[in-house]
Unconditional design. Structure first.
Length: 131
């Protein structure tokens, strides 16, 4: 099953990061076309990686709580959310697994490349080729 290959391939890629002892959390940025599937993947990642996994549900709730009184953020919530999500992927992530067919992933990868933050980055294709 290709999903299993990606899942275990991803886990094998983050194993060396866990060995560094750095605090590690996983942010699962996905298209929101199947929220139930995202939650299934989240539970499996938490179970098998032993790491905290955060999705857009938690990030949206956090932004809404912190900026509840900010009219600008609330009026432009979708835009603000996407910018925060992208900045999280660019600046905070130790590793970034990108889709090869996503403009969003490409933009994050290029920004990480410019900032010299791609040491542990990989694509879905990299995972599949390593199997």
């Amino acid at each position: 099953d290709p999903d299993d290959y990606l899942f275990y391939g991803f886990l094998s890629r983050i194993s060396p990061l866990k060995a560094t002892g750095q605090p590690l959390a996983i942010y699962l940025a996905t298209p929101d076309d199947d929220p139930e599937r995202v939650q299934e993947i989240r539970k499996d990642l938490e179970k098998y990686s032993g790491q905290v996994v955060i999705t857009e549900i938690e990030l949206k709730a956090y932004i809404k709580t912190v900026f509840a009184r900010c009219g600008f953020v609330m009026r432009h919530f979708d835009l603000v959310f996407r910018l925060v999500e992208e900045e999280l992927a660019v600046s905070s992530a130790i590793a970034f697994m990108r889709s090869t067919n996503s403009a969003w992933s490409y933009n994050v990868f290029i920004e990480r490349f410019v900032r010299k933050r791609t040491t542990y980055d990989f694509s879905v294709i990299d995972v599949l080729k390593s199997l």
